[in-house]
Design a binder for this molecule. Structure first.
Ligand code: FAD
Ligand code: NAD
Length: 474
């Protein structure tokens, strides 16, 4: 790419919070000629979440599903500032965002930031406040714990990259501890019992991937243990995967039965202890289930920064699920300066990557229209006789967002996937090995770059030929 234009003080400032699905789709599609853009996110990369369970079990390597945010922004004609920092607060009245640098060498980075903006350096922590004309708010959500005791202390989540890495370490720790000489039979059974909480797509996909790991690799590496490993999926509702059609739910249940993954429905986890989970059973009794490790995939909740932002607009922001937005992605009550997309919003759509990325791309197109409209408005104000300009202005329309559902896919292990796909006149529900190849090709083509596609495809071949790596890093 050629040299990029610098930020121009006469242009409006867009601050983007986040580097996930929504923010990355927005940055990919945005024409930066008319705006100064700054991205603030605690991770300086995009994470391809659908393949996170594959990283957790070592089918894919970590780097294959990451894309540095600067890979996206370097192609823009006006330079985009990318700041690795966690936003702490948004001030709606003064149109500012405050954030804290995350870097381990934050003293140095805070000094650098302070030269750019009016910063407030405290010891080695850098905290900075920057103004925005438009805020694109795409901070996603965090994992819901419902305040259940022991979840944060003893369970692994499956949302961020470090969750997958923590999962891998814990799982291999359970295996090595079970293989330790002299371990009691009871303790071996406990260590080799993996409990997944939440029968949504995250819990189901992880259970399927875990099963593959056991079937394809552990039988070779730990033959004495492989037959004793158990996976239990616990779901509070009467069925797993409520977003899929009944036929595919039944197909998943029967595939899990064949794979010896136990599904406990209408069972709610009440507490997680170091060595067990406490369950409220369907018959209302309470049971204690020993286990070596628990993965918690019980859904989303709002981040604190989102709750604080909503609290500044109490009259318009009353939806407990997230930020209320209009059909142009504008946060209700924000006066047109804050746009929210993705999992942090409460809309009629499910919190999925598909929705977040379509919203991000839509918003980028809307900003192009907004720039045209602003320029024509300026011209029209400068001359009262410019009828052509006024006519042209009337033609600049910012259309509302329209979601186009491309279908729902999930991997269920044993080289099988399920897919609910919309067709012109109806829908198609498919499950099995062919769907799995469709799942693979769909995700491969959705990966943002050729580099990531190549890395993921190479990893799949590597795993098929050499198996997964069971060496444990501390
Ligand atoms: P995210 O992608 O979560 O991005 C949020 C961004 O905000 C991140 O970069 C984060 O670092 C940043 N951030 C957080 N806090 C702050 C802060 N204080 N300041 C600044 N930045 C901040 N959906 C599908 O459609 N298909 C799938 O197959 C699928 N598979 C999934 C598998 C897993 C394991 C998981 C966990 C989710 C999956 N999803 C899938 C859901 C999908 O990942 C989310 O809906 C999607 O990530 C939402 O995009 P987002 O941009 O709103 O949030
Ligand atoms: P989810 O909200 O879809 O499912 C969480 C499940 O956990 C719920 O079914 C809930 O009943 C259960 N649960 C909650 N508390 C419990 C408890 N104490 N005991 C037992 N069960 C409990 O969450 P998810 O699977 O993380 O998905 C989050 C979002 O991401 C969804 O919108 C989903 O569609 C999307 N996603 C999509 C895919 C895909 O399309 N392949 C994959 C992963 C996630």
């Amino acid at each position: 790419p050629g040299p990029q234009l610098p930020h121009d003080p006469s242009k409006k400032n867009i601050v983007v919070l986040g580097s996930g699905w929504g923010a990355t789709a927005f940055l990919n599609a945005l024409d930066t000629s008319e705006y100064n853009v700054t991205v603030v996110s605690p991770r300086n990369y995009f994470l391809f979440t659908p393949l996170l369970p594959s990283v957790a079990v070592g089918t894919l390597s970590t780097r294959s599903i990451l894309q540095p945010t600067r890979y996206v922004t370097r192609h823009k004609n006006r330079a985009v500032k990318v700041i690795e920092a966690e936003a702490q607060s948004v001030d709606v009245a003064s149109k500012t965002v405050s954030f804290i640098g995350k870097s381990a060498v934050s003293e140095r980075s805070s000094q650098l930031i302070s030269r750019l903006d009016n910063s407030d350096i405290q010891g080695s922590v850098s905290s900075t406040t920057i103004p925005y004309d438009y805020l694109v708010y795409a901070v996603g959500a965090e994992t819901q714990t419902f305040g259940i005791p022991g979840v944060k202390e003893h369970a692994c989540f499956m949302k961020e990259l470090n969750d997958a890495e923590k999962f891998q370490r814990r799982f291999l720790d359970c295996l090595e501890s079970a293989a330790f000489p002299g371990q009691s039979e009871e303790e071996i059974d406990r260590l080799l019992h993996m409990v997944v909480v939440g029968g949504g797509p995250t819990g189901v996909e992880l259970s399927g991937e875990l099963h593959d790991f056991l079937e394809e690799d552990l039988k070779s590496w730990y033959p004495e243990l492989a037959g004793r490993i158990r996976i239990t999926l616990v779901e509070a509702l009467p069925s797993v995967l409520p977003m899929f059609s009944k036929r595919l739910i039944d197909y998943t249940m029967s595939t899990f039965k064949e794979s010896k993954i136990d599904i406990m429905t209408q069972t709610m986890v009440k507490e997680i202890k170091e060595r067990s989970v406490t369950l409220a059973m369907p018959d209302k009794t309470v049971a204690e289930m020993p286990c070596g490790m628990v993965v918690w995939a019980a859904g989303n909740r709002n981040r604190k920064i989102t709750q604080d932002l909503m609290a500044q607009l109490p009259a318009d922001q009353t939806n407990k699920r997230g930020i209320a937005i209009d059909e142009h992605m504008q946060m209700k009550g924000s006066g047109g300066s804050i746009f929210a997309i993705g999992d942090c919003t409460a809309s009629s759509h499910a919190p999925t990557a598909q929705v977040a990325s379509q919203q991000g791309a839509y918003l980028a197109r809307a900003f192009a229209q907004r720039a045209k409209r602003d320029a024509l408005e300026e011209q029209a104000q400068a001359s009262t006789t410019a009828e052509d300009t006024k006519k042209a202005l009337g033609k600049v329309k910012i259309r509302p967002f329209a979601y186009s559902h491309q279908g729902t896919l999930a991997y269920i292990g044993s080289d099988k996937a399920i897919a609910d796909l919309p067709l012109l006149n109806g829908s198609l529900a498919a499950g099995g090995v062919l769907t799995y190849y469709f799942w693979r090709s769909a995700y491969l083509s959705t990966l943002f770059s050729l580099r990531n596609r190549t890395l993921v495809a190479t990893d799949w071949v590597r795993t098929k030929v050499f198996g997964r790596d069971v060496s444990r890093e501390w």
